[in-house]
Ligand binder design. Structure first.
Ligand code: UGA
Length: 435
């Protein structure tokens, strides 16, 4: 199969490299000449474990190419995937479809022979209809099927998620379209991944419903964590106790500082808007958004409360800034409102992150950055773990205690055991576990 992948962001680059690894010929297209030049030099614009080697191997095998020229890539392709960004539109929370529609118009002009155009970007229900209309308007002769094929990969585990998915959703009722996408994904049937064929609008809604459900699960356990603290229960054992019920499942039940990232906040907001446009009120998803937004500032107050109620003039060391480990992505990271909350309460903030500091400087220019976690905590009045990078789990607790001015640790990801912290003489608070 010959594939054109439009957009070399997270989803486009990972999907393109993985499709090439399946043996297809993939041309990744991006308007950003700097990005394409970097990819030609073998530089990967995002931090994703294993992606550099996957790209290098497939470029070497001549199955993966990068270009700024959309037309020839599309003309040659059996399938064209649209994997451009769909950010939140400024002001109203709707998904901004400018890039998707722009790509559709350019694709239309370049199509040759039968082609399946596939939206992989997360797009509101009905976007496929509009893409199809735009293509036919721009090129009435086009022999095209427009399908939806949402992507469910997570940052930091993107390649594994792509190659071992729980399911693949193919949204088109057209048999020719189903055949092409079935052929593209055939290698995954060896991994027993179920290929689910459905209508295009259903596929579009599956993506939003999945993200909103996962965000709801996290928010639910975060509220149970608040209650656990008050009643003297341990939220991690509550999560295990409910998660062992197969109907609930154990994943996405880790209590923490609230969800962030480039998907959950944006997609839950967009889903609420889509529903409102159709006169449906998604009260649960609306509540999830509100609860999650309030949670971040509440985490800053948690720091203040373990530090004697007042942060004025105190130094707080923040470990972990990215929205989750194994990524340099700072989009809607909980660290941003948490650090801002600490600054508003008069604290001085010092921070460390293993890979995210360059991105973090753009979001949080007013704090001090340290290259090493021990340097970060030196002389600080409290240490806060915001992102659960694996290296923070194995920090030497005695050394931490010696470096800190006050042995105060607020662990917003529950990476330490309260009994260990008590044994080392720390004042310690975590999430959903009685201090
Ligand atoms: C999420 C979904 O998990 C993917 O299936 C989806 O494809 C992707 O969005 C997308 O729409 O592109 P991602 O945002 O990369 O993936 O990362 P997650 O691992 O889902 O984490 C999202 C946020 O939830 C993070 O801030 C994380 O710390 C938080 N989280 C996650 C928790 O607080 N508790 C959990 O149990 C799980």
């Amino acid at each position: 199969m010959r594939i054109a992948m439009i957009g070399t962001g997270y989803v486009g680059l990972v999907s393109g490299a993985c499709f090439a690894d399946f043996g297809h010929h993939v041309t990744c297209v991006d308007k950003d000449a700097g990005k394409i030049a970097a990819l030609h030099r073998g530089e990967i614009p995002i931090f994703e474990p294993g992606l550099d080697a996957l790209v290098a191997n497939n470029v070497k095998a001549k199955r993966l190419e990068f270009t700024t020229e959309l037309a020839p890539a599309v003309a040659d392709a059996d399938a064209v995937f649209i994997a451009v960004g769909t950010p939140s539109r400024r002001g109203d929370g709707h998904a901004d479809l400018t890039y998707v529609y722009g790509a559709a118009r350019e694709i239309a002009a370049a199509l040759k022979g039968f082609t399946v155009v596939v939206t992989k970007s997360t797009v509101p229900v009905g976007t496929g209809d509009e893409v199809e209309r735009l293509i036919h308007e721009a090129n009435p002769q086009a022999d095209v099927v427009v399908a939806s094929n949402p992507e469910f990969l997570r940052e930091g585990a993107a390649i594994r998620d792509f190659k071992f998915p729980d399911r693949i959703v193919v949204g088109t009722s057209d048999e020719r379209g189903r055949k092409v996408l079935g052929d593209i994904y055939r290698p995954l049937s060896l991994n027993q991944a179920p290929l689910m064929y459905t209508a295009r609008r259903t596929a579009e809604l599956i993506k939003y419903a999945a993200n909103a459900f996962l965000a709801t699960k996290i928010t639910f356990i975060n509220e149970i964590a608040d209650l656990s603290e008050k009643v003297g229960a341990d939220v991690q054992e509550v999560a295990r106790g409910i998660g062992l019920d197969n109907r609930i499942g154990s994943k996405f039940l880790h209590a923490g500082p609230g969800f962030g990232g480039s998907c959950f906040p944006k997609d839950t907001r967009a889903l609420v808007k889509i529903a409102q446009d159709h006169d449906v009120q998604l009260r649960i998803v609306e509540a999830v958004l509100g609860v999650n937004d309030n949670r971040k500032r509440a985490m800053a107050r948690k720091v203040a409360s373990l530090s004697g109620g007042n942060l004025r003039g105190k130094t707080v060391a923040v470990l972990g800034l990215t929205f989750k480990p194994d990524t340099d992505d700072m989009r809607e990271a909980p660290s941003i409102p948490i650090v801002t909350g600490l600054l508003d309460m008069g604290a001085r903030v010092r921070a460390h992150d293993p890979v995210g500091m360059e991105q973090a400087r753009k979001e949080l220019p007013e704090i001090e950055y340290c290259d090493d976690p021990y340097d970060c905590v030196r002389g600080a009045d409290a240490m806060v773990v915001v992102t659960e990078w694996v290296q923070y789990r194995t920090l030497d607790l005695e050394r931490l205690k010696a470096e800190l001015k006050q042995p105060v640790v607020i662990d917003l990801r529950n990476i330490y055991r309260p009994e260990d912290m008590a044994a080392h003489g720390f004042a310690y608070d975590s999430v959903g576990r009685a201090p």
